[in-house]
Design a protein around this ligand. Structure first.
Ligand code: NAP
Length: 272
């Protein structure tokens, strides 16, 4: 059963409550990353997103420790990169991530991108085994669509599909499927990597509410059931601004205007 709590700050997926607004850490490195994660947790974020390929898991782990926030109160995601999808490699990579993050468990482990070396049954089977041992709490996928996503959903309890999703790239069918099959759609690049700031429609709506275009983009995402969003920001000001998205409401008409943007303006494709 999927429910959204009254304050909209969290969503319950497969019986687990997840804070809907997370903090993304791609491109944060070194001391900046440690400080960004510590600061995000101080602001109130309780959902942190990293990946092995970001090469910052050690710093994310240090940020978690420096914050003093109880590990049990944090929802932590990391991702396995293609090349490590074979059973033994996936296990070794996860154990390495646990050491780097200095944590006893990962809340959500994702297959980062589909690839030629992926044998879905094996990779998902390896993740289920890790879950049964308590090393991860949930498993999921990222950048999976259509047939492959449905295959994964039929094979294992996929908790999330993390995909590029923002006002320039809506995914109503995926959100519908998420509701039907009880998984979360995690919106990455929710600010279209900063491009929402130059969007005239968003600016008009933002001005009417006395908010920023980024806040409107995030609110539009979080008004969709089962969707969480993981904006990244390098500065405290941006991190704090992005966290303030629950104290205003978009009208149905505003949501429809934002949802009517041209689709398929992707920003991320590592194979391009
Ligand atoms: P994003 O969050 O859409 O945008 C980040 C950009 O927006 C940065 O340039 C940031 O600038 C700017 N920004 C943030 N807050 C702002 C504000 N309040 N006002 C103005 N500008 C603001 O893009 P993203 O980093 O691509 O995506 C977010 C996270 O999603 C990543 O960090 C990563 O964790 C995840 N991700 C996952 C995948 C995947 O394949 N699964 C792919 C891409 C990303 P400053 O940094 O200067 O603040």
């Amino acid at each position: 059963m999927t429910t959204i709590d009254a304050s909209m700050r969290s969503v319950e997926i497969q019986g687990t409550t997840v804070p809907r607004l997370g903090f993304g850490t791609w491109q944060l490195r070194g001391r900046d990353c440690v400080e960004a994660v510590r600061d995000a947790l101080e602001i109130g974020y309780r959902h942190i997103d990293t990946a092995r390929i970001y090469r910052n898991e050690t710093e994310v782990g240090r940020g978690l420790a420096a914050s003093g926030v109880d590990r049990a109160d944090i929802f932590l995601t990391t991702k396995i990169w293609p090349g490590d999808f074979e059973r033994a490699r996936l296990r070794a990579a996860t154990e390495d991530s646990l050491r780097s993050l200095a944590t006893e468990y990962i809340d959500l482990l994702l297959l980062h991108w589909p690839s030629d070396d992926l044998v879905l049954e094996d990779a998902l089977g390896a993740m289920v085994a890790l879950r049964d041992e308590g090393k991860i709490r949930h498993l999921g996928v990222s950048n999976f669509f259509d047939g492959l996503l449905r295959q994964a959903l039929d094979l294992a309890p996929v908790f999330t599909d993390q995909v590029e999703l923002h006002p320039h790239l809506g995914r109503p069918k995926l959100v519908e499927l998420a509701l039907e099959r009880d998984f979360m759609v995690t919106a990455y690049s929710p600010l279209a990597q900063g491009k929402v700031a130059r969007d005239g429609t968003l600016r008009e709506i933002a001005e009417a509410h006395g908010n920023s275009t980024g806040q409107v983009a995030l609110r539009w995402l979080l008004d969709q059931p089962n969707v969480s969003a993981i904006p990244k920001a390098s500065s405290h000001e941006h991190r704090a601004e992005n966290f303030e998205v629950f104290d205003f409401d978009l009208t149905a008409e505003e949501r429809a205007r934002i949802g009517a943007r041209p689709e398929d303006r992707r920003r991320t494709d590592p194979w391009a």
